[in-house]
Design a protein around this ligand. Structure first.
Ligand code: FAQ
Length: 312
């Protein structure tokens, strides 16, 4: 701890400025960022799995090309985010090890199964919709490398959200069976999507400090409310029959939609590794890492040979 550096850091935060990788920062600030950015990166990479399942089963060439592009974007987001975390002095191997050994979290949402093609539309509409709501304020977070990575990520997420909504609009114009499929997918993904924003503000252990540091610009509950308000309107255009939450209704006085109570037992159960998909998702990641060992070895060997040639 150095009081002069601390004062400079505080002044920068108070002025809404950016902290850069080479700037002095409190150890706790660095650790919080490593935790959040790496969990965010893991979410992108694990998030490729539920959708990846459907690439070979996309109903048309157009939908297949779109889904392929979306899943590739998610791989890219994971890589920018790992690179942003690395600027904080942590290695990618350490981060991946924390994921593979189950020490690091990733978003609860990716532990739910994708049962039908409508799930792909609903993930784009609701899951990417929630992700954008949370990520737009992160474009202005106080850590420069994270904020800058978020700008491009948000642009790509916007395409992801629209393609999901477009997929659902198409299905809603189809047969009764297709409309039913959409309704079923919405019913299964609605509550997990609104859980993505994390615990209520009063139960959120990190919120106070993260807000003070300019990492969290809008609270978990405020983002959740913004998401519900925006999404109900989109659902009306979609022409959905709303039986997902009987308590979901416009509250004139508040100027917001009210909604029912979240099942926090389910949320913590999934976060703590006991959701439907946790075991499979982690096993798929570990297998991918192990199967890729020869690629890493070949790349290192190539580099060793190149360096040896240069020194001859
Ligand atoms: N799942 O005190 P808080 C995507 C944990 S979008 C699992 O409120 P904080 C794009 C939290 O880590 C999804 N764990 O924590 C995509 C903490 O535990 P810890 C990823 C959760 O950090 C779309 C504890 O609960 N987006 O991937 C969750 O201030 C479609 C206490 O909570 C991000 O990661 C949860 N939902 O606020 C890809 C955004 N919520 O770490 C493919 C960046 C909370 O002490 C397809 N992250 N926890 O062990 C954030 O904005 C924040 O970290 C929050 C949580 C808001 C998620």
């Amino acid at each position: 701890e150095n009081p002069a550096y601390q004062a400079e850091f505080d002044a920068k935060i108070d002025a809404g400025g950016y902290i850069e990788a080479k700037d002095w920062m409190p150890e706790a600030y660095r650790k919080t960022l490593v935790r959040q950015i790496s969990q965010h990166a893991h979410s992108e990479i694990v998030g490729m799995l539920p959708e990846g399942n459907w690439i070979t089963r996309a109903p048309t060439l157009k939908r297949k090309a779109i889904l392929l592009a979306k899943v590739q974007d998610e791989g890219g987001h994971g890589l920018y985010l790992y690179a942003a975390a690395e600027t904080l002095g942590v290695s990618r191997d350490e981060l991946l090890d924390a994921l593979h050994t189950g020490k690091a979290k990733y978003s609860s949402i990716f532990n739910y199964p994708t049962l039908t093609w409508a799930d792909i539309g609903v993930i784009g509409w609701l899951v990417d919709g929630a992700a954008i709501m949370n990520q737009i304020p992160l474009c202005k977070c106080s850590y420069g490398p994270y904020a800058r990575a978020m700008v491009r990520i948000c642009k790509e997420e916007s395409f992801h959200q629209r393609q999901g909504y477009d997929l659902l609009l198409t299905m809603m114009k189809g047969t009764q069976e297709q409309r039913q499929m959409v309704q079923d997918a919405v019913n299964r993904w609605w509550w997990p999507s609104i859980m993505m924003f994390g615990p209520h503000d009063k139960d959120s252990v990190h919120s106070g400090q993260s807000a003070r540091w300019g990492i969290k610009r809008i609270s978990n509950d405020d983002l959740r409310q913004k998401f519900v308000d925006a999404t109900v309107k989109q659902a009306e255009v979609l022409g959905r029959d709303d039986d997902v939450d009987p308590e979901l209704k416009w509250n004139e006085e508040r100027g917001h939609y009210d909604f029912g109570a979240i099942d926090w037992d389910e949320f913590w159960n999934v976060v703590n590794g006991h959701g439907q998909g946790n075991v499979d998702r982690l096993a798929a990641r570990v297998k991918a890492w192990e199967d890729g060992a020869w690629v890493r070895e070949a790349a290192l060997e190539h580099e060793r040979k190149r360096a040896a040639r240069e020194h001859q």
